[in-house]
Design a protein around this ligand. Structure first.
Ligand SMILES: Nc1ncnc2c1ncn2[C@@H]1O[C@H](COP(=O)(O)OP(=O)(O)OP(=O)(O)O)[C@@H](O)[C@H]1O
Length: 118
């Protein structure tokens, strides 16, 4: 039971690691996450602001990992051109875009006043 739980965690981390190795976008997110965490400590943001930043960062990472998974499955199922394959990839990319826009709004609201003054 516990061994299977630990193995599942291992598979999940292996997935994140594999995606980090293959996806330039994810490496960009890793750098952006490090910068945001650094800014959070530098400006001493509140617990609620940390919560908003954490949710935003997690949403972007989750969307990007799902996008990577859908890209892989699409390439497996339809290596040749197909409108549905294109739709699947475009919709998955749209999910990443929305998560990134939401994170940008949170970032602007949390850090904007601290960086540029009220
Ligand atoms: N098999 C396919 N059939 C139809 N259109 C496709 C197909 N593969 C890719 N496309 C189109 O090309 C776009 C780019 O696809 P691609 O696989 O290069 O992903 P990407 O956006 O470059 O992702 P990443 O840069 O994260 O690897 C898709 O969003 C889709 O519109």
């Amino acid at each position: 039971m516990w061994r299977r739980r630990v193995a599942s965690f291992g598979h999940a981390f292996r997935g994140v690691w594999a995606a980090l190795g293959s996806e330039v976008h994810l490496r960009f997110h890793a750098v952006a996450t490090a910068v945001v965490v650094g800014l959070g400590f530098y400006y001493g943001i509140s617990r609620l602001e940390w919560a908003l930043v954490a949710i935003s960062v997690a949403c972007v990472w989750s969307a990007e990992l799902m996008n990577t998974a859908i890209e892989a499955l699409t390439d497996l199922a339809s290596p040749e051109y197909h409108p549905l394959a294109g739709k699947a990839k475009d919709v998955a990319a749209g999910a990443v875009l929305l998560a990134a826009l939401g994170a940008a709004v949170v970032g602007a609201l949390v850090f904007g006043p601290k960086v540029f003054g009220h």
